[in-house]
Write a protein that binds this ligand. Structure first.
Ligand code: HEC
Length: 195
């Protein structure tokens, strides 16, 4: 009885490892993930007209769902779980746009942690690494601890060429919760699933 349970647990472990290995290629390069048919939404995802990206995005979301800006703001505050699917091409595409505008400078053009601003003593996360794919496999998608780290930042305060911030800067002021889930959903997607 005990042995069977142990064997089962072991099997489950292996299945998870296999799943992680299967998806270990990680997200597609943003240039590949961005679909041309979504282009009209791109300005909104990035932010334009000198407004913050967060405000522009929430106004777009409000218009799209026929609610007021304040209602969109409140709905966004409550968005604490990933509402997107890694197989949803449109969501992955929008997430890749947000990635290019906000994350690529450090995490790199292939999400491997080798962006222009990357510091060798504070390396940005490599989202194509085996460790990152395991995190995604164990969480069944974008891990919620990633969400907290993007919102609040992570690590000690360091000097970047653009100024001082935590090694992983906080994005709570700059991006809505929905935008953060979109970009994390893109990072949790894999080459093979998203096409
Ligand atoms: C200025 C550079 C910089 C930018 C811009 C940046 N990051 Fe990071 N990021 C880092 C560094 C450095 C770390 C590692 C921090 C540490 O462990 O101390 C990190 C860590 C993370 C982690 C934590 C991973 C883990 O498993 O602990 C996530 C998730 C993340 N970044 C996502 C993002 C997303 C999404 C964006 C864009 C919205 C972004 N980052 C923008 C530098 C950056």
């Amino acid at each position: 009885m005990n042995l069977t349970n142990k064997r089962r647990a072991k099997m489950r472990g292996w299945v998870l490892v296999m799943l992680a290995l299967g998806g270990c290629s990680g997200p597609m390069a943003p240039s590949m993930a961005i679909r041309s048919e979504d282009r009209r939404d791109y300005d909104t995802a990035i932010g334009h007209d000198g407004r913050s990206s967060k405000e522009a995005f929430l106004r777009w979301r409000a218009d799209l769902t026929g609610i007021s800006f304040e209602e969109a703001l409140i709905a966004d505050v409550h968005l604490r779980k990933n509402p997107f699917d890694e197989d949803d091409g449109a969501a992955v595409s929008l997430g890749a746009v947000i990635y290019n505008a906000n994350c690529r400078s450090c995490h790199g053009s292939d999400a491997e942690g080798d962006g222009l601003y990357a510091l060798s003593d504070h390396p940005p996360k490599d989202f194509r690494s085996f460790g990152a794919r395991l995190q995604v496999a164990f969480s069944g998608g974008a891990p919620s601890e990633w969400f907290d780290k993007v919102r609040n930042g992570e690590g000690s305060t360091v000097q970047y060429s653009e100024g001082e911030s935590r090694a992983m800067p906080a994005f709570a002021e700059k991006l809505s919760n929905e935008q953060i889930w979109l970009v994390l959903n893109y990072l949790a997607s894999s080459d093979r699933e998203a096409d």
